[in-house]
Design a protein around this ligand. Structure first.
Ligand code: AHR
Length: 493
């Protein structure tokens, strides 16, 4: 039995809704097929974008969407993606399978998608192979009200009013696919390029610098030292690899042992060490925490599904993915004083996706269900939930068995999210809540009998949330039991 305790007056800060952000890259079947099918497609669509995908995503209340990459961003030339669709320039998507990119999905289509999803856009600009002028003109094109060469071109292309652009990334992974730069060189480029990412009229852009690759603390040190005063956010990328090894097989998405289950979760929990160590460096240069940590790529990265294009990063999504999503989100809330945004990679058909599509069919993944269950925390106040997790042991190694978070929203509802990481042991909970008597309680749990349970096009509801039994005693104690390998969300109203 785990004893938890919280007082609803003990607020430890706000959980930015942007922690529930998503990422959609021109990669494999994420944009094309997954979102964009074109206006003439037999698949029902809104202005070329799949109706079924949009309807499913709208339910998640996605706060922010990052686009067009990823590595793609540093080869993308935005001017090729505006104007009459059929006349748009074509290019090779060198990073992802060497396939042709026809640029049918460009700036107008992306910003329309954001409107349909009621999400804020986060655009990544091209530092690796683009110019300062090109970046400046893109921002002018999107946001300048009135007359200017770029604003006039935008109007000619059918968009009279400027868009609101909140987030702009100055490059992506410039230590790797975005130019193989040293941090000193990129820091100077960031200073240079970001100067021309202008605020036109009332549009205020939150500028995000390219941050470190997992444990590259030197990168964070140099960026904060040389350019911290000119940025609003600094990114961090960390992927959970089941094998922990980029140079050999990453591990299968669906075919794994109990040991691999454990190791994968251990690798996910490493995110906490990264957050703590990068935060410490950020604190040194920015003690007031003005610069947000933006974890704009995270999630599990496995081998691709057998028989699919290795450059398309198409992977299945199991109960293990659900736990990974739940654990990471709980962690991000814990450090929400520094983490202002996170974007899971990626939204549709790529890596740890919300949705998988095949022709006109769609399935919702376990990760989708976790994002749906966890949206209760968006923009709520984090509560100081106290508990000691028992250990989950495999051979000589141990990790915490439980990951949990609590919050209170603007309607004074109290929310709890809990993951049981153990592959074979259930757990009972007794949670004392001081200062709150609920009139109603709603609980949901996501679990399955096999660790690799996943939804397929033949069986799309193998794993979906079900009601969780919860009771509340007069002395203010909430009790419930979580099965092994499960993610739960409880709301007290
Ligand atoms: O998300 C897939 C790729 O992972 C992105 O394009 C890149 O930024 C990262 O290496």
């Amino acid at each position: 039995m785990i004893n938890m305790n919280m007082n609803i007056q003990d607020i430890t800060g706000k959980i930015s809704r942007h922690i529930h952000g998503q990422f959609a890259e021109h990669l494999g079947r994420c944009i094309y097929e997954g979102i964009w099918v074109g206006k003439d497609s037999p698949i029902p669509n809104v202005e070329g974008m799949r109706t079924d995908v949009i309807e499913a995503l709208r339910k998640l209340h996605i706060p922010v969407l990052r686009w067009p990459g990823g590595c793609f961003a540093d080869e993308y030339h935005w001017k090729d993606g505006v104007g009459p669709t059929e006349q748009r320039a074509r290019m090779v998507n060198n990073n992802w399978g060497g396939v042709e990119e026809n640029n049918h999905f460009g700036t107008h289509e992306f910003l329309r998608l954001c409107e349909l999803l009621e999400t804020e856009p986060y655009i990544s600009g091209n530092v690796g192979s683009g110019t300062v002028h090109e970046m400046q003109q893109w921002v002018e094109y999107m946001t300048l009200d009135g007359q200017s060469p770029m604003a006039d071109w935008r109007k000619q292309n059918g968009q009279e009013e400027p868009w609101t652009l909140t987030y702009f990334g100055v490059g992506n992974e410039n230590w790797g696919c975005g130019g193989n730069m040293r941090p000193e060189y990129y820091a100077d480029l960031y200073r240079h390029y970001s100067t021309y990412v202008r605020n036109y009229g009332d549009n205020q852009i939150y500028k995000i610098a390219c941050g470190a690759n997992s444990d590259d603390y030197h990168w964070t040190e140099v960026l904060m030292r040389e350019a911290g005063h000119l940025m609003n956010g600094l990114s961090l990328h960390y992927y959970t690899l089941p094998s922990g090894d980029w140079t050999s097989s990453k591990g299968s998405a669906t075919d794994f042992t109990e040991e691999e289950w454990f190791t994968t979760l251990k690798n996910t929990l490493y995110m906490e060490e990264l957050i703590i160590k990068h935060s410490k460096i950020m604190d040194k240069y920015d003690p007031e925490k003005k610069v947000g940590m933006i974890i704009d790529e995270w999630g599990i990265w496995t081998d691709v599904e057998p028989g699919t294009n290795p450059g398309f990063l198409y992977q299945q999504n199991t109960l293990r993915d659900a736990i990974i999503a739940g654990v990471n989100l709980n962690l991000f809330y814990k450090y929400a004083d520094r983490i202002k945004m996170a974007n899971i990679a990626q939204m549709v058909n790529v890596l740890q996706a919300m949705i998988l599509t095949e022709g006109d069919q769609l399935i919702l993944t376990p990760t989708y269900h976790v994002f749906n269950m966890y949206q209760i925390h968006q923009d709520s106040q984090r509560l100081d939930l106290q508990y000691t997790s028992p250990k989950y042991t495999m051979g000589a190694q141990s990790i915490d068995k439980i990951s949990a978070a609590a919050s209170k929203d603007h309607l004074n509802r109290v929310h709890l999210t809990i993951c049981n990481l153990s592959h074979n042991e259930s757990e009972s909970f007794s949670c004392r809540i001081e200062g709150f008597t609920p009139s109603d309680i709603q609980g949901k749990v996501l679990t399955a009998s096999a660790l690799n349970t996943h939804n397929t096009f033949e069986h799309p509801e193998q794993i979906t949330p079900v009601a969780l039994e919860v009771s509340f005693a007069k002395d203010g104690t909430l009790t419930f039991e979580l099965p092994a390998a499960s993610v739960a969300a409880i709301t007290l109203i």
